[in-house]
Design a binder for this molecule. Structure first.
Ligand SMILES: C[S@@+](CC[C@H](N)C(=O)[O-])C[C@H]1O[C@@H](n2cnc3c(N)ncnc32)[C@H](O)[C@@H]1O
Length: 362
């Protein structure tokens, strides 16, 4: 099984940047710290018009992907960009890559020369989780094709919730979730270390089936680019796309793309990294990979690099870890906004935890 810490695990998008933008309320003076992952979040955050974004990841491959996406935005027009990344079809990606590669630093050029297969098939859908979701969508479409079409054509949230309850929320779904949410399935089959922090199977089943039941009442699935990935297996121009890839946003992203800086760093070492201080933090679901002590160490790093009153947005997926007593006083969760954003978040599978930081408070 390929090493998770060095492979491309996230290459498209499975979060909703609108939530981060609402939680962080960015200003033109802000310096934002953001976990890189697929690059979707740092690129989406450009729409908030901050002064600077520093994207960090402990997995250098994810940072190389963001460098590639930035070079593609800089060198290709909209049509070529969609074709090159794999959102639109193309037989000329290696030709396009020659232009994009010219805009990369030598080490990144070498990184992608060793991965021309992913470039040729479209890097957007080449990630570990993108391949897992595509396989899942292939099976789900065989079993529930017509129901999926009905779900994506629902005229209202009420109609959608009824379709979900009547056609999806059944024994087959619960059984599949119970199997797929087994720790060994994530760690040994998918190669996802976050599997070690999953709740017990019954807890995972209740959490995951509950998340979709909740989302079916609050978010139109056809407007969710994550639901498109889950039920259709890939992003196309005919379906919902992440904020930064929407036709109306490409020019703004391109204009502001030089504001993104990239660094190989971990959250726990932020205080001594020299990268901050920061006005805002987009932390994704870093807790999915942590036990309590590592989790608190990450928060200590964030707090040490925060300006007083800095805003944060965190995502909670399956691992219900929360700031420990030693730091809870300095991480001020805005429960009302967190709850509201949890309901509007189009990425379905997360609870949102947002608020402000008070580095000085004991
Ligand atoms: C938490 S994962 C989730 C991915 C996310 N759903 C996405 O697609 O954007 C995000 C990324 O954070 C990185 N990461 C996790 N913990 C980290 C830490 N403590 N410091 C820096 N990067 C971290 C992982 O390598 C991964 O690429």
């Amino acid at each position: 099984m390929s090493d998770f810490s060095r492979t491309l695990n996230f290459t498209s998008a499975n979060e909703d940047g609108a939530t981060e933008l609402a939680a962080l309320a960015l200003t033109p003076a802000d310096h934002v710290l953001c976990l890189t992952a697929s690059g979707a979040r740092p690129l989406d955050l450009l729409l908030g018009n901050p002064a600077r974004i520093t994207a960090i990841d402990i997995n250098a491959a994810q940072n190389e992907l963001l460098r590639l996406k930035i070079a593609a935005f800089r060198t290709l027009d909209d049509e070529a960009l969609y074709a090159y990344l794999g959102i639109a079809g193309s037989r000329h990606r290696l030709d396009l890559h020659r232009r994009v590669s010219g805009g990369l630093p030598p080490a990144s050029r070498a990184f992608w020369e060793a991965r021309l297969g992913a470039i040729s098939s479209g890097v957007w859908h080449s990630g570990r989780w993108e391949r897992v979701l595509r396989l899942g969508a292939f099976g789900t479409r065989r079993l529930r094709g017509r129901s999926i079409d009905k779900l994506f054509a629902a005229g209202s949230l009420t109609e959608q919730a009824d379709i979900w309850q009547g056609r999806f929320d059944d024994g087959l779904w619960h059984g599949a979730v119970r199997i797929l949410a087994q720790r060994w399935f994530w760690t040994r089959i998918i190669g996802e270390p976050g599997g070690a922090f999953l709740p017990a199977p019954a807890g995972s089943e209740a959490r995951l089936t509950g998340l979709f039941r909740r989302a079916a009442r609050h978010v139109l699935f056809r407007e969710s680019d994550f639901a498109v990935l889950l039920f259709h297996g890939r992003h196309t121009l005919q379906h919902a796309l992440p904020l930064h890839m929407r036709p109306g946003n490409l020019a703004i992203v391109r204009e502001r793309i030089d504001r993104i800086g990239i660094a190989e760093a971990g959250l726990d070492g932020l205080g001594t990294s020299g990268l901050g201080p920061f006005d805002a933090f987009s932390l994704s679901d870093f807790g999915s990979y942590c036990g309590q002590s590592d989790y608190d160490a990450c928060w200590n790093g964030v707090i040490a690099a925060a300006k007083p009153g800095a805003r944060f947005c965190e995502r909670v997926f399956m691992n219900p870890v929360a700031p420990g007593p030693a730091i809870a006083g300095r991480v001020r969760v805005d429960a009302e906004t967190s709850q509201a954003l949890t309901h509007t978040d189009k990425a379905i599978i997360y609870d949102i935890r947002c608020g402000t930081l008070d580095p000085a408070r004991a």
